[in-house]
Ligand binder design. Structure first.
Ligand SMILES: NC(=O)c1ccc[n+]([C@@H]2O[C@H](COP(=O)([O-])OP(=O)(O)OC[C@H]3O[C@@H](n4cnc5c(N)ncnc54)[C@H](OP(=O)(O)O)[C@@H]3O)[C@@H](O)[C@H]2O)c1
Length: 325
């Protein structure tokens, strides 16, 4: 009876992965789902999983003892990158150590586009992580730990989510004077639906990919941010301007308004956007530098469903689209 442990089921990726893993499970598969806090899950969710035979528990990447308890006897464990920028490799090290101690055979991880810059060739593996763009840095370090662990592994490198544009960035446009202040310089990126990343994660956990493989998870087409912006505004009727700025211009504008450089200790309370400056800049840089140009067939290969396009995915966010006062 194979035993699969999925951590982080309270998050966007984790929640979808949980439901999809159950959907495609074999009859004798056994699942353990964990969250840092079961009380924050929607009412009925935990009971619904338990009714399907899932063991549900609390576990935290910062608390090795909690991991040891739930990893016991597992064939595969899946873990998700958190928002604790800079601390994620340490969290990954805790997961890997607990997995090895518990005799887990395989580990799955949600990495990020660009992690190959520090992993995909001998030269890349020698590269100083500080020379890699900000957002993939933690993922480069985490992938290096995974590959050195001696465990089997599956890694998915997610492109930036389509969902960020509809749910994060759009929330700052009114604050910016009815403008999307942007640094992608007209380059295209094959943004992916977070839902598809979650489904892929569920598929990896239950062994749909060969061990020790890494997949780049993309949407179905490469689009510009301006196309996303124009589409959203055509739906909402919002009159706004798309402004292409340099990284320096963007950083200066946001720093003057108090957007922090530090994701963990910064004060975001008076700001419309919870991304620190390096995170914000790097989202644009990943597109502008061409890291998201390629479209892959990984979503369809691993889930049997074509990746969602942004128009289809955005329907659930329409009430969030900004409107003129
Ligand atoms: N590709 C992109 O465009 C993009 C955009 C935003 C973020 N990300 C990254 O992708 C990750 C997953 O995305 P998401 O949308 O699912 O994020 P999310 O909804 O904010 O979920 C955060 C995840 O981190 C888990 N987590 C946080 N602290 C933890 C801890 N100490 N121990 C164990 N688990 C912990 C949460 O588990 P519980 O809720 O169960 O506690 C949850 O699964 C994010 O955390 C971030 O690193 C990627």
């Amino acid at each position: 009876m194979p035993k699969f442990v999925l951590t982080g089921v309270g998050g966007g990726i984790g929640g979808i992965a949980a439901d999809y893993a159950l959907e495609i499970a074999k009859p004798d598969d056994k699942f353990v789902f964990t969250s840092t806090s079961l009380s924050k899950l929607p009412a009925g969710k935990v009971d619904g999983w338990k009714a399907k035979g899932v063991e549900v528990a609390e576990a935290n990447y910062d608390d090795p003892a909690s991991l040891a308890k739930v990893f016991e006897g597992a064939d595969a464990v899946a873990f998700i990158s958190t928002w604790a920028l800079g601390q994620r490799p340490k969290q990954a090290a805790n997961v890997i150590e607990a997995a090895k101690t518990a005799g887990v055979k395989r580990i799955c991880y949600t990495s990020f586009i660009g992690a190959g810059l520090g992993n995909d060739s001998e030269e890349a593996r020698q590269r100083d992580v500080a020379t890699i763009p900000f957002l993939p840095q933690d993922h480069v370090k985490t992938e290096r730990l995974i590959r050195a662990s001696g465990l089997d592994w599956n890694i998915q490198r997610d492109y930036l989510y389509q969902d960020n544009c509809a749910a994060f960035f759009s929330q700052s446009w009114k604050y910016c004077g009815d403008r999307w202040l942007n640094n992608t310089h007209g380059k295209r990126g094959a943004y992916v639906a977070r839902e598809d990343c979650g489904r892929v994660f569920g598929a990896l956990l239950v062994g749909r990919a060969p061990p020790n493989t890494c997949y780049t998870i993309t949407g179905p087409e490469a689009v510009t941010d301006r196309e996303l912006f124009d589409y959203m505004n055509s739906v909402s009727g919002y009159k706004a301007e798309f402004v292409d700025w340099t990284d320096d211009e963007l950083a200066t504008w946001w720093r003057e308004r108090g957007l922090p450089d530090d994701a963990i200790n910064g004060d975001f309370s008076k700001l419309p956007m919870k991304l620190c400056i390096p995170d914000l800049l790097c989202c644009g840089q990943m597109v502008a530098e061409g890291h998201m140009e390629e479209v892959t067939d990984a979503v369809e290969k691993l889930t049997g469903r074509k990746p969602l396009g942004f128009k289809e995915n955005f329907t659930k966010y329409e009430q969030l689209f900004p409107r003129n006062d």
